[in-house]
Design a protein around this ligand. Structure first.
Ligand SMILES: *Cc1c(COP(=O)(O)O)cnc(C)c1O
Length: 376
């Protein structure tokens, strides 16, 4: 089976991990620091906080806003459920706004119309790697009480108007799961230009511990002393994994070029095929493509998906609208509320997209797709 996504691991990556295994620090040590510095540099942000997953990154980001029960978050349904679940776990009510029917990204005007007095954040998702136009969100949503969060699980390495993803939103979150643009196995990061938010993120991922003597209530107790001022969790990314991430970051541009080549190969090879809609790149964006989201007639999607899998093409569907999950249905969310996102989901099939694909893999995928389209 040709997988829809997978990691690319080199000998250099393996050596970097082995070096940490032989060193004094398996977890938070010098390599985590170096990795965070490099993530911040790539993202064009002043602070990066590494964590154990993209889900942890979202949880840490929402926690830094001190969400209270009854606060609201506006987000897209066309995402992995973690984008909404982590805010719901903090007690927030989730308001879903519809997506742009061409890109699948949260529509800034639809989002603005869901913003009310209790809204604390709007979370966009860079669907398939195509970056959010943060400036457009800022002009539609002018309130200083509403933070802009960018779930950039798909888009580390993407640019919008020449600005790297991570440099524009108040908080940006990354995932380093193996199918993403680069990997640490499990892992993630939050980046921000706001020093206060960065401090809150760093504390929450480390049990809420305050180690800075200037900030402690009883700093004179002794060298062992540490204080917890608000509860936190342990979301620390081990140095063993940070070493893999640091090594992977050196190949980000190589991965980006390879993913662009895959994108262009499919777009060229499928340009004359009837009855399908190919993904489009919007002006001013330079995406690091995470997915190739093809759209087919909704009534045939299941047969096309099954037909491709039967031919060894590991296609995927991204995503079941978040509020279709029973947990949201039980809370009274109704199907039909975001018709663009629902139609996008019903038509979508993600073709294999990663840096390990060869021309033969792509030809096999294209031929399998053409064959199955002729038979459904
Ligand atoms: C993968 C993903 C996440 C969660 O990241 P994990 O590292 O798997 O926890 C969140 N949001 C989106 C859009 C994702 O694709």
């Amino acid at each position: 089976m040709i997988p829809y996504g997978r990691q690319s691991i080199s000998n250099q990556d393996i050596e970097a991990v082995v070096a940490v295994l032989k060193s004094d620090f398996l977890t938070t040590g010098p390599v985590s620091d170096a990795f965070e510095k490099e993530v911040a540099r790539v993202a064009g942000a002043s602070h990066a906080i590494s964590v154990t997953s993209g889900t942890a990154a979202l949880h840490v980001a929402y926690n830094s806003l001190n969400l209270k029960k009854g606060d609201e978050i506006v987000t897209t349904p066309l995402t992995f459920v973690a984008t909404a679940a982590t805010a719901a776990l903090q007690g927030a009510r989730i308001r879903f706004a519809d997506v742009d029917p061409d890109t699948g990204n949260l529509d800034h005007e639809a989002a603005a119309s869901e913003v009310g007095e209790r809204t604390r954040a709007v979370t966009s998702v860079d669907y398939a790697g195509q970056p959010t136009d943060i400036a457009a969100f800022r002009s539609s949503i002018a309130s200083p009480h509403v933070a802009l969060i960018q779930d950039a699980a798909h888009s580390i390495g993407s640019l919008h108007h020449d600005q790297p993803v991570g440099s524009q939103a108040d908080l940006t979150t990354f995932s380093f799961f193996p199918t993403k643009n680069m990997t640490t196995g499990e892992g993630g990061a939050v980046v921000t230009n706001d020093a206060e938010l960065a401090t809150k993120c760093k504390r929450f991922k480390n049990h809420g511990l305050v180690r800075d003597l200037d900030l402690q209530i009883e700093p004179d107790t002794g060298a062992w002393h540490q204080e917890v001022h608000s509860f936190g969790l342990n979301y620390r990314l081990p140095d063993v994994l940070a070493a893999l991430g640091l090594s992977q970051l050196q190949k980000l541009q190589e991965f980006k070029a390879k993913r662009r080549w895959v994108f262009e190969f499919y777009s060229e090879a499928l340009s004359e095929v009837d009855g399908i809609v190919l993904p489009v790149r919007t002006p001013l964006t330079d995406p690091m493509w995470h997915l190739y989201p093809l759209r087919v007639p909704a009534s045939k999607r299941r047969a096309i998906f099954d037909g491709l899998r039967a031919q060894g093409i590991g296609v995927q569907v991204n995503y079941i609208p978040a509020y279709w999950h029973p947990v949201f249905q039980d809370m009274g969310y109704k199907r039909g509320q975001c018709p663009n996102a629902e139609l996008f989901y019903q038509q979508e099939i993600s073709l294999p997209m990663h840096a390990e694909l060869s021309e033969q893999h792509l030809e096999k995928t294209v031929n399998a797709l053409k064959k199955v389209l002729d038979h459904v």
